[in-house]
Write a protein that binds this ligand. Structure first.
Ligand SMILES: *[C@@H]1O[C@H](CO)[C@@H](O)[C@H](O)[C@H]1NC(C)=O
Ligand SMILES: *[C@@H]1O[C@H](CO)[C@@H](O)[C@H](O)[C@H]1NC(C)=O
Ligand SMILES: *[C@@H]1O[C@H](CO)[C@@H](O)[C@H](O)[C@H]1NC(C)=O
Ligand SMILES: *[C@@H]1O[C@H](CO)[C@@H](O)[C@H](O)[C@H]1NC(C)=O
Ligand SMILES: *[C@@H]1O[C@H](CO)[C@@H](O)[C@H](O)[C@H]1NC(C)=O
Ligand SMILES: *[C@@H]1O[C@H](CO)[C@@H](O)[C@H](O)[C@H]1NC(C)=O
Ligand SMILES: *[C@@H]1O[C@H](CO)[C@@H](O)[C@H](O)[C@H]1NC(C)=O
Ligand SMILES: [Zn+2]
Length: 652
């Protein structure tokens, strides 16, 4: 029998173990409750509930095509009697919805294009909240006696506000291994002792967060941003919703983010978003958007512009400060359907397209800064290999000229603080600042550029602490530096790049790699033409192209060539398509005399991927003690929210 033709049911029932494909993540049986089992809430946090009942049932032909339309849903608090949800929340019974969807049971089914069809009945309860801390049992009863129980926890958190401001730095994809490597290339040591340290090394509290998704153990930046900002684990590609099985990317059950809750509870609080990525990208988007598809860029920009007011979900009207790149999603003559520059300025934002304009922008006015198309050029290109900034046609006004006056993460972050502090010194503010290209450059195996971004983040953290001290805000500001996930990066020695270049065969070239005692010392910190570039106390490598370079790599990659030397001609593109052939192959021009390294990922993948590793959390300021130890990514939301006093106690 063909493996896919399964008299459907037995296999469907056991599909909780499906690995490559799942019928619907978070839904182990034919009755689905979202928020799912083990969901946790801040007291008073708004959320939607989505119920689904799926057919077929257990292979029973009789029931095919008729998912139960008469399912019931109850809530029971702390072991008390179950109450019908509409009564519990005092809301009207929602409309019954019906749809169907298809999925593949496994790769065999996909190969022969035999999807399985599921018919669905569903209801959504919009914008409810639980105020009393404790355990809740949410029970869906369907097909008569079948039940799906979701155990929910409303955390018992103090509502005493301890921090006026919060700065959350996200080093996208940043791991402890990368920090170790960045320290090695930027800080001098003598006989195994560092003379200077990174700013991150000086934080009083260090924690460790687990980044898993709700329904896969590897996460992406949308899902992990959601965990950090909303306290809910969800699915890859989802922003602040649980993913239901309907096609519509905007009808999934939403939950409130820290930015929305902070603004709702403190209408005069400020929100700032800074990123070196395009601003529609997941990590910045996670503070405003609610969609199961992070690729809905116009939804993201419109959520910055007007919140989710058209869904009657929040009154929140977007951030005070929004600085980054991705002009193609803002300008009318590009991919954006509306001219957001005009719309934002009509709403009172100053719009800046370069560093000079950003710095001249008034501190007491809302600020939009979009400095290039796509992602911001990397620190290495902006500061060391500036020729690479030419011929990019990336000026944010859509004119097709080059940018030549770009701010970096530090410039944007410090300006954001000036604006937030000028506008919200009384009620406080929340700022998220993302070093996005740590991740983006890791993906393309460009370790030098990635570590440059990490060092820029460290420099930005240092400058932020100084700025807050100068503004008299340091004592009242919680600073958290963390990542959203990692990449399997590490360093295992050094490479004599001259020797490698001089050898003919790949096997001989590998003799250039020095491990253990032959790894030697970091050559990045001594001499070099850029040695005098940075003043004392600001640490970047003295030069980036030493003869003895890092022997660095990741655990999963496409076919590529490697010569271990810095890519002076611009960001790397390790794997390319070849005409007439399927999949990606090593790019020969990426490292002309390098070693061929055959890939470990499927051949249709052209870059590295995220990895399982826990990631570090650095904290200082009010509530810093909450951030020590080993915990889940969602705890970062709960700790920040608790510290801002956002828990709202009361009666349901
Ligand atoms: C599915 O089949 C099993 C075994 O035949 C039975 O125990 C179970 O109750 C059935 N479930 C449903 C939903 O019909
Ligand atoms: C879904 O519903 C259709 C009728 O709309 C029915 O023909 C089909 O058998 C059903 N499929 C399943 C898997 O329940
Ligand atoms: C699935 O739903 C679509 C409409 O959304 C409908 O046209 C189609 O017939 C349905 N398929 C089945 C098998 O019921
Ligand atoms: C910076 O932006 C301002 C305002 O749009 C513009 O007048 C100026 O020419 C720009 N400078 C550069 C170097 O592009
Ligand atoms: C913004 O505030 C800073 C002080 O933090 C000040 O140095 C700067 O001049 C101000 N900028 C403007 C345009 O007022
Ligand atoms: C930019 O492109 C032009 C034409 O394609 C070329 O002549 C010029 O050398 C390029 N400049 C740089 C800095 O690459
Ligand atoms: C190794 O990589 C080269 C270059 O991309 C490719 O041509 C070759 O097919 C790869 N070998 C395997 C076993 O994947
Ligand atoms: Zn990534």
């Amino acid at each position: 029998m063909r493996p896919f033709s399964i008299a459907s049911a037995a296999l469907l029932i056991s599909c909780a173990v499906a690995q490559t494909y799942q019928r619907l993540g978070g839904c182990p049986s034919l009755g689905c409750v979202f928020p799912p089992d083990r969901a946790e809430f801040l007291p008073g946090q708004y959320f939607d509930i989505r119920l689904e009942v799926h057919s077929p049932v257990n292979g029973s032909e009789a029931r095919q095509g008729q998912p139960d339309p008469d399912f019931k849903f109850t809530i029971a608090k702390n072991g008390e009697e179950a109450v019908i949800a509409t009564e519990y929340f005092d809301i009207d019974e929602p409309q019954l919805e019906r749809w169907n969807f298809t999925w593949y049971e496994d790769l065999f089914a996909k190969d022969v294009q035999k999807p399985s069809l599921v018919n669905v009945t569903s209801k959504a309860y919009r914008r409810v909240a639980l105020y009393e801390p404790g355990e809740y049992e949410a029970t869906l009863t369907y097909y008569g006696q079948e039940t799906t129980v979701a155990n929910w926890l409303v955390r018992d958190l103090t509502d005493k506000r301890r921090a006026k401001n919060v700065v959350l730095f996200v080093g996208d994809g940043m791991t402890t291994n990368m920090i170790t490597a960045a320290r090695l290339i930027a800080h001098r040591s003598i006989n195994g002792k560092y003379l200077t340290k990174m700013q991150l090394d000086k934080f009083p509290v260090l924690g460790h967060q687990m980044t898993h998704s709700m329904d896969s153990f590897i996460t992406d930046s949308a899902n992990s941003a959601t965990a950090l900002y909303s306290g809910h684990k969800t699915t890859v590609n989802a922003l602040n919703v649980y993913v239901d099985s309907s096609k519509d990317p905007f009808d999934d059950p939403k939950f409130e983010t820290i930015s929305e809750i902070f603004r709702r509870r403190y209408p005069c609080a400020g929100i700032g978003i800074v990123s070196t990525a395009f601003l529609a990208d997941a990590t910045p988007a996670g503070l405003a958007a609610h969609t199961s598809d992070r690729g809905q860029y116009d939804h993201v920009i419109s959520a910055y512009y007007e919140g989710l007011t058209k869904y009657e979900w929040t009154e929140w009207q977007g951030p005070d400060v929004l600085l980054g790149a991705g002009a193609e999603n803002f300008a009318a003559n590009k991919e954006a359907p509306r001219d957001y520059y005009e719309l934002f300025s009509e709403k009172g934002y100053t719009v800046s397209w370069n560093k000079t304009a950003l710095q001249a922008a008034p501190n007491d006015t809302k600020a939009l800064g979009v400095f290039s198309t796509s992602n911001l050029a990397t620190w290495l290109d902006r500061n060391v290999y500036q020729e690479n900034l030419h011929n990019q046609s990336n000026y944010p006004d859509g004119s097709g000229r080059d940018t030549d006056d770009l701010p970096g993460l530090k410039d944007m972050t410090l300006k954001a603080i000036d604006v937030l502090n000028a506008r919200h010194a009384e009620d406080g503010w929340f700022l998220m600042s993302e070093a996005a290209s740590i991740d983006k450059q890791m993906h393309t195996l460009d370790y030098d550029r990635s570590l440059g971004e990490l060092l820029e983040l460290d420099d930005t953290v240092r400058a932020t602490i100084e700025k807050l001290a100068a503004l008299g805000q340091l004592e009242d500001t919680l600073i958290v530096v963390t990542a959203d996930h990692g990449h399997g990066f590490d360093v295992t020695g050094s490479v004599d790049t001259e020797y490698l270049q001089a050898q003919e065969s790949d096997r001989d070239k590998r003799r250039a790699i020095g491990t253990y005692q032959n790894s030697g010392l970091s050559q990045y910190t001594v001499g070099g033409p850029k040695a005098l570039r940075y003043s004392e106390g600001v640490h970047f490598p003295a030069h980036w192209d030493p003869r003895y370079a890092l022997h660095a790599g990741v655990v999963a990659f496409p076919d590529h060539k490697e010569d271990y030397a810095v890519h002076q001609d611009g960001p790397r593109e390790p794997a390319l398509k070849r005409t007439g052939l399927d999949g990606y192959f090593a790019s020969y021009k990426d490292a002309v005399n390098g070693i061929i390294i055959n890939g470990t990922l499927p051949v249709d993948v052209d870059q590295g991927v995220h990895s399982l590793t826990d990631v570090p959390v650095f904290a200082q300021g009010p509530c810093q003690e909450l951030f020590g130890g080993v915990y889940n990514s969602v705890d970062i939301f709960f700790h920040m929210a608790e510290c801002l006093g956002l828990a709202e106690h009361g009666e349901n």
